[in-house]
Write a protein that binds this ligand. Structure first.
Ligand code: ADP
Ligand code: ZN
Ligand code: ZN
Length: 742
């Protein structure tokens, strides 16, 4: 029903708003006459539920399906100009549609926290004040009767590059009033500065001459005139992928465009950033999870306003608006951290490709161990596959051997042959990496008298023993309890640690090699800010002999002196519950092996296992990652699993096992009623770890060999699922292209 227009009345204007709340859909609001009409991309404050919320205007319309008298009014418009350009709004629409996720939460993932909370879109650290021409020329006694202003002027005189808020606060706590007065006199001006230090000059010495394989990639992009072109850059660790990125980025910068480089979550930011800064010598925005909200907003604004040519960031940086995109790079594209695992479960890698396509610019996915998804896209002809087969700079590929640990003396996870090799490497003054994907001292604490095992009270999981603190910790819910000295079941003996974690291996190595400098790297040891950076620096400088750590060590670091790498336990990955377990293990082995022998001396890799004849290990070691991937892709196709099929996973959890199962059973019935061809629904089943943090979890799998049908089905089905009565008793979510089935 449309409202009739009275005399002089503005035509009813409706804003379609993504409200920052976990609710599906857009909401219509009336724009009252007292407010300016907001443009798409501006924030508004709107009534929602019992209070108000911030929302982002998606579009303006002249009418609404909502009855006029039920339509609420916008309370306030928060921005003078759009926060986001139109292509960002399109990306938001696409992502909300593809991941079937509430659009308000998608907006929430795109906007930095301070903007979500309604703060102004102004860089802060950024603003600086300088003396104007008049200010510089002003006579010394011009401010004789305004001592505060005079103090500011003399401080500014000594700093031609200007002073920031923080620096001014040091001069005087009451600088703001004085500064306003000086502005009125025309003595000071705000001088633009984006908070980044003036970039170091590019160092010509550092430039390398690309070899033929590297040039092939540049030429492939040139041939397509830098239009949309997805390239899987497949090169072993140390083959010079980063050099290719740098060359392409230099070209992008010289054309006045911007490059976005995505890197995995852990660790490698400082090294990578330093290398980029040194080489490119241009201002960059760096976006990762270690930033304060303020730093993040400043970096985001600098990218959005085009003040920087290069943006480097982890997962969520894929949403940073760029006015002049010229290139997207996803380094280590197989890395799991690109998939958000909770809330809005997007894949930054996949969205980077979508953005590149919309912007019509190249996108490079780099990896030594490409994901099966990307290799599948290559076989479909969607991606170009370009290889770097040699290690740059003449470094040799490491030799890999399997250590059969069955029926051998095997104490604290260390076989005799591994200890021998470590000893030999130490005597040659070479570095060693010992890799184990399990932190803590031991994964299990067991009573040898009665078999009691320390389990988490709230999860279907064992508690991990942390010896340094004498505590048992659950790595799933964070619960901690002190270690009991007597078995709580039989009281006959003291439960003992079973199995090994990084702490136990590090301790054992200290006993075996008392003079070696041993450092442990895992989430426990690097919790404090700056610790990881320090360790990496120590390794570079040769102040460390043995590094013991988790997968944090597997990612991208360049340790030229490491010649021996060991994987303590390959068995977990051979028999994982997830169908991707073997892919992950193969990637891990190749990545970890990539840490060995990157300098002049050849490297050696030792993999300890109880299953030396496992076909995966055999194929991987005899024929390499690509043969492994070919076999794995064939297996997946035969089993109707991704990447041959598309999946979506509905997860539900409740305070008891019943409600989740009931909800998913009804959801399944609703799916059957829709009868979508080529879409099948499997389950519901209990999650592999059913109980976690006291919640019972179940899941329902939706599978289709035809992706568009899967999406059409989800579009029809989810509104029905949402309206189920049983949905109110559980927390549920949808995960499109799930990477982790737990
Ligand atoms: P990746 O990113 O594939 O691990 P990098 O780009 O970091 O490999 O290269 C590994 C090492 O080889 C670096 O020290 C790099 O400077 C050097 N390098 C790469 N390409 C060349 C080249 N064409 N000539 C000389 N050195 C190179
Ligand atoms: Zn006991
Ligand atoms: Zn727990």
């Amino acid at each position: 029903m449309k409202r009739s227009r009275g005399h002089g009345e503005r035509s009813p204007v409706i804003a379609k708003v993504a409200v920052l709340a976990p609710v599906r859909g857009e909401f219509d609001y009336h724009i009252p006459q007292r407010l300016p009409t907001p443009a798409p991309g501006m924030r508004v404050r709107v009534p929602f539920g019992k209070g108000t919320r911030i929302g982002l205007v998606l579009s303006i319309a002249s009418d609404s399906d909502v009855e006029p008298d039920r339509l609420k009014e916008i309370v306030d418009v928060l921005d003078d100009e759009p926060l986001l350009p139109l292509d960002s709004l399109e990306l938001i629409h696409f992502a909300a549609g593809y991941y079937h996720h509430p659009i308000g939460e998608v907006v929430g993932a795109v906007l930095p926290a301070l903007l979500r909370r309604g703060r102004p879109a102004r860089a802060h650290g950024a603003t600086r004040w300088c003396l104007s021409e008049d200010g510089i020329a002003a006579a010394a006694d011009a401010l004789a009767r305004a001592p505060q202003q005079a103090a500011l002027v003399s401080a500014l005189r000594s700093r031609p590059q200007g002073l920031s808020r923080d620096q001014l606060t040091v001069v005087s706590h009451h600088w703001r009033r004085a500064m306003r007065a000086l502005e009125r006199r025309g003595f000071v001006v705000e001088c633009a500065d984006r908070g980044s230090a003036p970039p170091p000059r590019p160092d010509g010495e550092l430039h390398v001459t690309l070899d033929e394989e590297q040039r092939n990639i540049i030429e492939a992009i040139d041939r397509r005139e830098r239009r949309f072109e997805p390239i899987l850059l497949d090169g072993v660790t140390g083959s010079g992928k980063t050099e290719v990125y740098l060359a392409l980025i230099e070209d992008v910068i010289s054309r006045g465009h911007q490059a976005l480089v995505l890197i995995p979550e852990i660790g490698l930011t400082p090294q990578m950033v330093a290398r980029f800064e040194q080489r490119l010598g241009v201002p960059m925005s760096v976006l990762h999870s270690g930033l304060t909200d303020r730093e993040r907003l400043d970096a985001w604004l600098a990218a959005r306003d085009g003040a920087v040519s290069v943006v480097i960031g982890t997962r969520s940086a894929v949403f940073v608006p760029l006015p002049r995109p010229g290139l997207f790079v996803v380094d280590e594209e197989h890395d799991l951290s690109y998939k958000q695992q909770e809330g809005f479960r997007y894949s930054a890698r996949d969205l980077a490709v979508i953005r590149a396509r919309r912007a019509d610019v190249p996108v490079i996915l780099g990896s030594a161990t490409p994901s099966l998804e990307s290799l599948h896209n290559v076989s479909l002809g969607r991606y170009q596959h370009l290889r770097l087969t040699r290690r740059a700079g003449g470094a040799q590929a490491p030799s890999v051997s399997i250590v059969d640990v069955r029926a051998k003396s095997f104490v604290d996870g260390l076989s005799g042959s591994l200890l021998g090799e470590i000893d030999a490497a130490l005597s040659r003054e070479e570095q060693i990496v010992v890799f184990l994907n399990r932190r803590g001292f031991a994964p299990v604490l067991i009573c040898h008298a009665c078999g009691w095992v320390a389990d988490c009270a709230r999860c279907d999981a064992h508690m991990v023993y942390h010896q340094s603190r004498q505590r048992l910790c659950c790595h799933h819910c964070g619960a901690e309890v002190p270690r009991a000295s007597r078995c709580p079941e039989c009281a006959a003996s003291s439960p003992a640690p079973l199995g090994v974690g990084t702490q136990r291996v590090a301790e054992a190595l200290e006993r075996h090699f008392p003079r070696a400098r041993i450092v442990r790297v895992d989430r426990d040891s690097t919790r404090r800010k700056g610790v990881l950076e320090q360790v990496l620096e120590d390794v570079q400088a040769g102040r460390v002999d043995i590094l013991v750590g988790t997968q944090m060590l597997a990612k991208g670091h360049h340790f030229p002196r490491v010649t021996l790498v060991s994987i303590i336990d390959a068995d977990g990955g051979l028999f994982g519950a997830d169908f991707r377990a073997s892919e992950r293990l193969a990637q891990l082995i190749v990545q970890v092996a990539g840490r060995a022998g990157r300098g002049e001396r050849a490297g050696r890799v030792m993999i300890q296992t109880h299953h030396p004849d496992h076909p995966l290990l055999r194929t991987l070691l005899a024929d390499g990652y690509h043969e492994f991937a070919r076999a794995a892709l064939a297996e997946r196709e035969a089993a109707g699993l991704p990447p041959s099929a598309s999946l979506a996973l509905v997860r539900a959890q409740g305070a008891a096992p019943g409600p989740g199962m009931e909800f998913l059973t009804q959801a399944r019935e609703a799916a059957t009623a829709l009868d979508e061809p080529r879409v099948s629904v499997l389950g519901p089943v209990a999650a592999p770890m059913e109980r976690r943090a006291g919640r019972y979890r179940a899941q329902l799998l939706v599978e289709s060999s035809h992706r568009p049908r899967l999406h059409r089905f989800l579009g029809r089905w989810l509104p029905v699922v949402e309206s189920l009565k049983s949905a109110r008793k559980v927390r549920w979510s949808i995960d499109v292209d799930p990477q982790d089935m737990l």
